[in-house]
Ligand binder design. Sequence first.
Ligand SMILES: N[C@@H](CCC(=O)N[C@@H](CS)C(=O)NCC(=O)O)C(=O)O
Length: 264
Amino acid sequence: MDGVIKFYELAPSVGSTHYFSPNTWKTRMGLLHKGVKFETIPATLLDFRGDLARRSNQPKISAPAIELPDGTFIYDSFRIAEWLETAYPNAPSLFTGDGKLSSEARPEHVTIGKNYARLTDLGLGASKPEWAVWFDLFFSQLDKLIAGDDHRAYFMSDVRHGPQGYQKLMALDRQEYIRRAKMNIQPLVQVLRERPQEYFQGTHPGQVDYIIFGRYAYCRTLDATLTKEIWNDQGEELNDWIEKLCQAYDGHAQQLFDSLPVIE
Ligand SMILES: N[C@@H](CCC(=O)N[C@@H](CS)C(=O)NCC(=O)O)C(=O)O
């Protein structure tokens, strides 16, 4: 593809590049996997609701979104992954986990890999409060990142979280959520233990890995100490997998993590 793809990353406030969104991380890793040249453009929640909704002519646009050189917008991390898979056939498949090119992949292999990724995406990869622990547990850290009167008003509003939603999220028993978050991680440790040295997608990383890594990155960008306790300290296998993905693509994720200020 000629020209650079624009990758709209979710920024917590104007001027901040503290990228925390689990969904945008899925796309960031997918773009790197396919070797796509892309330019990161920070956009706040209000930019998505206003400017980007207008320019894309897609009122429900959410983060992540990409804009192709011809002006076409694609949003939703899974839709973007499916698009990348077909638009870049001469790069490794995102769904087979065998390191082979998409053009060489058997369609049924891609379908199975895609179903596995989708199930993970709608499960551990999803952020819905009350069903997933992640959004709730890290909410008070995220709250500290959201700056600017307009952004704070929108972030705290009942439109986003339902009646008294913000107050309820801020008042949670975090210890109970930490316990449940650790339970969520157990299946991951187990799978890696059963298939030593492999990735979730297979012998090579794929969309399933990027979805899980997106969840990790969300935690890591909001609270590094708690993330170590919940993720890295639960098993050597998971710790090794995290390390491999942090160092992948010239240490892209590691560099981003290292550049973040600690949220006090
Ligand atoms: N399933 C979607 C979820 C996207 C999503 O919920 N993005 C959030 C940020 S992490 C968003 O942009 N929300 C817009 C809003 O709340 O106004 C995906 O994977 O792309």
